[in-house]
Design a protein around this ligand. Sequence first.
Ligand SMILES: [Zn+2]
Ligand SMILES: [Zn+2]
Length: 253
Amino acid sequence: MTSKYIGSVKFHAPYHPSTVLKLDKIEYRIDSSCGAKNENKVYLLTHFHFDHVRSCMAGGADFLSLSEDPIKIYAPYDTRKEYGETENVFDIHYKMINFHSKGRRKLVPIRENEILQFNGTSVNPILLKHTIPNFSYYISNKETSILVTGDWEGSNYKNREKIISLSPRVLITECRYFLEEEIEIAEERMHVHLEDVLELKEELEHSLIILTHVSHRYRELDDILKLTKEKDLILAKNISFNNSGYRIRERFK
Ligand SMILES: [Zn+2]
Ligand SMILES: [Zn+2]
């Protein structure tokens, strides 16, 4: 039986960076935990901020099946050397993840526009400016296209131009701040404000826009859920989509 929805996306929590996209029988796990059964799963890391690194390290080493090859986690080849370190950011994390997973997870370096292919789907890493290098992932096949942004500077003109030129069917974007008095802090910290998303939305008429990774300061979600709905944006735990619509399968409580 064929489903009328061609893809779905699941989140762990509204605050959490983990994004799990299911498309054409493959699960794309972006900044997301590793489990025991890893066939038909693709692991991607957007950038080396600790909330994202920690999220992809979750899942525990002990139950990772020893019969399987080590899990590959594709990650930006970030060659910066920081804080007096002699090794670069990528290598430091490669060792750390290798160590904590007892060799069961390996970071695989990828560069901007180095396209990965999985069946008929391609994954294109596209750099979006944030406080450190961040890859958004443009995941597309014959049927549809999805952009998962990671963290990005919402007020940055070039970032927006990149997203608009891709014009994905589904845009899954960080949206850290929502209130008017938070516009400045969003700019300062190179994160996304609701206003940035609304400006983008005007240019992306045919995109479904899903928000995620909101600030912990909204412990009471009711207000921002209402605001999101009013603006015709989506904030939910589990969403199915096709090229003409979507269905919310589970809401955030
Ligand atoms: Zn983050
Ligand atoms: Zn970040």
